[in-house]
Design a protein around this ligand. Structure first.
Ligand code: ZN
Length: 243
């Protein structure tokens, strides 16, 4: 079975539309989305409709929850809160009921999925060995997938309890050899690992590999939509740098 994993789309329709043909070309049997379909970006309803239609499993993220009004705006920094307040007004009923039906974690046959981490599926960032180890120790599946940090990662737990691995830039390949692994596909719509291209992850459970992919997209189109919507300028500017 092949699976495409996407995460943290953040209402960036042009990034999502660049990733989808690459996914179709890989012809996976399933698509898993690790959450934060909306928030920050200018096209929330289109992204919800596409993900609802295309994803076989979808989690809810902290930004989805604040846009639904299930988390308060005061939990977020100024720009994220401003974008969430804007998104609350934009979300149509189908998007709202789709996001409202989702959970921040899920178990499937091949993996355990969390928007953030096993310690806290909504808020905890896995960006350190300590956080990665905590999630691997709280789970049992060979493969654990997380989103939330917007940083593509591949970490392996060795028998001695030692971790290896780290950032997973474009073209990184990992063998799925039975060692326990934690992976983050990176972010489709707002990468923060220095590569501004949209990120996604292809898993092949038969041939036993994971392949980290990046796709260029017309960043300026999303930036123009962010400005036209009156969203904070910093949310447009950061897309240039992948930060
Ligand atoms: Zn996010």
């Amino acid at each position: 079975m092949r699976v495409a994993v996407i995460s943290d789309i953040h209402a960036n329709l042009h990034a999502l539309e660049a990733v989808l043909p690459e996914i179709e070309a890989a012809a996976p049997e399933a698509v898993w989305c690790l959450g934060d379909v909306v928030g920050y970006g200018p096209r929330p309803n289109e992204c919800c409709a596409i993900v609802e239609e295309r994803a076989d499993v979808c989690l809810v993220g902290n930004h989805d929850l604040v846009c639904l009004g299930r988390i308060g705006l005061e939990e977020f920094n100024h720009e994220a809160a401003a974008a969430a307040a804007w998104t609350r007004k934009q979300l149509d009923e189908p998007s709202r009921s789709f996001l409202d039906s989702l959970s921040p974690s899920a178990g499937v046959e091949q993996a355990q999925l969390f928007h953030a981490s096993a310690r806290d599926p909504v808020w905890d960032y896995v960006l350190t060995d300590e956080a990665a180890l905590a999630t691997l120790l709280l789970t049992t599946a060979p493969l654990v997938l997380v989103g939330h940090s917007h940083v593509a990662l591949a970490v392996e737990l060795r028998d001695e309890g030692l971790l290896s691995g780290g950032l997973a830039p474009d073209g990184s390949e990992r063998e799925l050899d039975g060692a326990r692994r934690l992976m983050n596909p990176g972010s489709v719509g707002q990468p923060r690992d220095g590569d501004p291209r949209a990120a996604w992850l292809l898993l092949d459970f038969e041939r036993r590999f994971a392949s980290f992919r990046r796709v260029a997209y017309p960043i300026e189109r999303t930036q123009n939509e962010i400005r036209d919507a009156g969203l904070p300028e910093a949310l447009a500017a950061r897309l240039d740098h992948g930060q």
